[in-house]
Write a protein that binds this ligand. Structure first.
Ligand SMILES: [Zn+2]
Ligand SMILES: [Zn+2]
Length: 102
């Protein structure tokens, strides 16, 4: 399972196919209403079940939906609950779990 990052609002990269700049982050205009932008904002605002802080943009995160069935998470536009956690929080947790094992 690899980590991902939510691109910051207004992030643009050149398309590998055409070289034309394409938007990969949500629009800077918070009320744009695009489905993709709404979803990315929801992801960035959803709380990490380990530290209870928002995931935020440009931070490494994991999809931990299966590991945290009771966490708040957020609902995707398909009505599926998803839980994201900071990668650093998960790495810390793994280290602590190892440390407390006898
Ligand atoms: Zn948009
Ligand atoms: Zn966290």
């Amino acid at each position: 399972m690899g980590w991902s990052k939510i691109p910051k609002p207004g992030t643009e990269i050149p398309s590998p196919a055409t070289g034309k700049m394409i938007e990969i982050g949500p629009c800077l205009n918070e009320s744009c209403g695009h489905h993709d932008c709404v979803e990315l904002r929801k992801m960035a605002q959803s709380k990490c079940p380990e530290c209870d802080k928002p995931i935020e943009y440009d931070e490494k995160y994991y999809n931990v939906t299966e590991d945290y069935p009771d966490a708040e998470g957020f609902e995707t536009r398909l009505g599926i609950k998803m839980v994201l956690a900071h990668a650093v929080c998960m790495w810390k947790k793994v280290e602590e779990d190892i440390a407390t094992k006898d």
